[in-house]
Design a protein around this ligand. Structure first.
Ligand SMILES: N[C@@H](CCC(=O)N[C@@H](CS)C(=O)NCC(=O)O)C(=O)O
Length: 280
C-alpha cells in the first residue's frame, strides 16, 4: 500500500478553485447557470444538445436506431455542448437540464415543448414515443428497465470512480484505484454471467438496456475507455466482449458514435448533425 495521505479534513469544507486535476476548471459545488447563452434551434422536432461521451452516445445511437427502423419522426438536430469550455452552464442549456450535464433533449413536437434530461430518461422517453426498443410485455419490460437502471446506477463507479482515479486524478492513489477496480470488475462479472445465458442483456431482443450498457461497458471491454483493458483483464469477460462486438457492428451504432464527436480522426468527427447526409 502506498503512503496514506496526510490530509486532515477541516471542520467545514471550503471551495479551493485551484485544486488542480483534469476537471478542476469545470467542477463547481454550486448549480445554476454562469452566463447567458441561448441554444441554437434547428428544423427538426427533436433538438439534442450533447457530446460524444458514453452518456452522450446512448442518445445518438438510439436516434440512429429509430431512424434505421423507419421512424421518420426521430429526425433530429444535434448540437455540440463542449463541457470542457463550460457550455453546460449556459442559461439556455440549464433551462433544459438544471443538472448541467449532457445529454439533454428538447422535443418541440409537443406543446409546450418537452425537455428531457438524464440519458436513461431520454432513452425511455424515445422508446415510448416511437414504440420501439422497449418490450411491451410487462415482465419483459421490467427486465429491460432493471438492466437500464442498473447501468445508470453502476456507471458512476466506473466513470467517476475507477476512470477518474485510474486515468485523470493528478496522483495515482492505491486506495481509490483498488476500491473502484474491485467494483468495476464485479460489475463486469455481473454482466458476463447474465450474457452467458443470453444473446442480449434481456434475452433475444436488442433494446434500450443494451444501448445504455454498451455505451459504458462495451466501450470498456473494447478498450475505448481509460486505456485500461489490460489492467482490468477485460478479455476474461468473454460474454461481454462477444456482446459488445456484436453491438459495435450495428450500422446505427457506428453512426451514432460519431455524432457530436469533436476529437479523434477528422473523418469520424460530426460536431453537428442536421440530416442523415452529415453521416453518409
Ligand atoms: N446521469 C447523467 C450523467 C451525465 C454526465 O455525467 N454527463 C457528463 C459527460 S459524460 C457531463 O456532462 N459532465 C459535465 C459536468 O459535469 O460539468 C446521465 O446519464 O445523463
Amino acid at each position: 500500500m502506498s503512503d496514506a495521505s496526510s490530509y486532515t479534513p477541516p471542520k467545514v469544507w471550503t471551495w479551493d478553485k485551484e485544486s488542480g486535476g483534469r476537471f478542476a476548471k469545470i467542477n463547481r459545488p454550486i448549480a445554476g447557470s454562469t452566463h447567458d447563452k441561448e441554444l441554437p434551434v434547428g428544423r427538426h422536432p427533436l433538438q439534442l444538445y450533447s457530446l460524444a461521451t458514453p452518456n452522450g452516445i446512448k442518445v445518438t445511437v438510439m436516434l440512429e436506431e429509430l431512424l434505421a427502423l423507419g421512424r421518420e419522426g426521430a429526425e433530429y438536430d444535434a448540437y455540440t455542448i463542449n463541457i470542457g469550455d463550460g457550455d453546460q452552464f449556459g442559461s439556455g442549456f440549464v433551462a433544459i437540464n438544471p443538472n448541467s450535464k449532457i445529454p439533454a433533449l428538447l422535443d418541440r413536437s409537443t406543446s409546450p415543448p418537452t425537455r428531457v434530461f438524464e440519458s436513461g430518461a431520454i432513452l425511455l422517453y424515445l422508446a415510448e414515443k416511437f414504440d420501439a426498443l422497449l418490450p411491451s410485455d410487462l415482465s419483459a419490460k421490467a427486465e429491460c428497465l432493471s438492466w437500464l437502471f442498473w447501468q445508470m446506477a453502476s456507471a458512476p463507479y466506473l466513470g467517476g470512480g475507477f476512470g477518474h482515479f485510474y486515468a485523470y486524478a493528478p496522483e495515482k492513489l492505491e486506495y481509490p484505484i483498488n476500491r473502484y477496480t474491485m467494483e468495476v470488475k464485479r460489475q463486469l462479472d455481473v454482466l458476463d454471467r447474465n450474457l452467458a445465458q443470453r444473446r442480449y442483456l434481456c434475452g433475444d431482443e436488442y433494446n434500450i438496456a443494451d444501448i445504455a450498457n454498451y455505451a459504458w461497458y462495451g466501450a470498456l471491454v473494447l478498450n475505448n475507455l481509460y486505456n485500461s483493458a489490460e489492467f482490468l483483464d477485460v478479455a476474461s469477460y468473454r460474454n461481454v466482449v462477444r456482446w459488445a462486438s456484436e453491438i459495435r457492428a450495428r450500422p446505427a451504432v457506428q453512426r451514432g458514435q460519431r455524432v457530436n464527436k469533436v476529437w479523434g480522426p477528422e473523418q469520424e468527427r460530426v460536431p453537428e448533425r442536421h440530416s442523415a447526409a452529415d453521416l453518409d
